[in-house]
Design a protein around this ligand. Sequence first.
Ligand SMILES: NC(=O)c1ccc[n+]([C@@H]2O[C@H](COP(=O)([O-])OP(=O)(O)OC[C@H]3O[C@@H](n4cnc5c(N)ncnc54)[C@H](O)[C@@H]3O)[C@@H](O)[C@H]2O)c1
Length: 264
Amino acid sequence: MKTVIITGAGQGIGQAIALAFHNAGWKVCATDLRRIEETAALLGENNALCLEGDVTDMAFPARVVAATLERFGRLDCIVNNAADQRGTTLEDTPVALFDTVQAVNVRAPYLFAQAGLDALKQTKGSIINLGSLVGNQPIPERVAYSTSKAALAGLTRALATDLGRYGIRVNCIAPGHIMTMGEQAWKERFSEDEQQVFYTHYPLDRVGHPEEIAAVALFLASDAASFITGATVPVDGGMSILCPETGAFRAAGVHWPGNPGGAS
Ligand SMILES: NC(=O)c1ccc[n+]([C@@H]2O[C@H](COP(=O)([O-])OP(=O)(O)OC[C@H]3O[C@@H](n4cnc5c(N)ncnc54)[C@H](O)[C@@H]3O)[C@@H](O)[C@H]2O)c1
């Protein structure tokens, strides 16, 4: 039975990934800084290990890998999902916070790769990093976070280049906006008009759900993805391919005028 470690699995996308792997018959080590109890309750005791800890603690990744091997005897996949989304503008983000965001979002995946390397060599396993659309298209006033997600896509490619010789695949998922708060909370937080502003920038006319990210993680970890490595896979309802003008026309409720010159 295959075994996966997932960071940031106490809520949101990480929790959905933990449940998807568990439901697919994987043994799961779910970790988070806090609030791991809910995930632990959802997973139950069978084939599940839940650990609390801080991924900025340099000793934590090795501890998690050791505990996973002790409990389950093998490691097939690491999903680096934990993220620190703090920080705003250059003026208002102290360098200490910038460093912490990089430590969670980039250094921890590096340390987990180091800690898990020997075990992943044995299984020809894989690593999956949770990047973001903002790694390519930064959103305003999120300097530290956007930088970290660009770096994580770079780390993915660098590790894929070096670890391929061991049969280890390394990939990244770049989600668009994912409704981690649930449908009800989403509707309470955003007015109809505000929701529409989100939707007009997605060809699928909606934002995503955590389970839609989890399904892609499960695919990337599976043998069905045996020839995919170094990829950053957009899972964003098409947002990243939408021409900016089209999004603006859609938001303004104006139909795209097509080819005004009429030339074919
Ligand atoms: N939700 C979205 O719309 C969205 C969009 C693009 C990318 N992503 C990425 O997907 C992943 C999951 O997103 P989410 O919305 O579920 O995030 P979230 O903020 O709900 O969950 C992140 C988890 O990481 C944990 N974490 C933070 N700092 C930690 C630390 N120092 N040590 C250990 N754990 C720590 C948090 O406790 C939390 O449970 C993240 O990498 C995020 O950047 C999310």
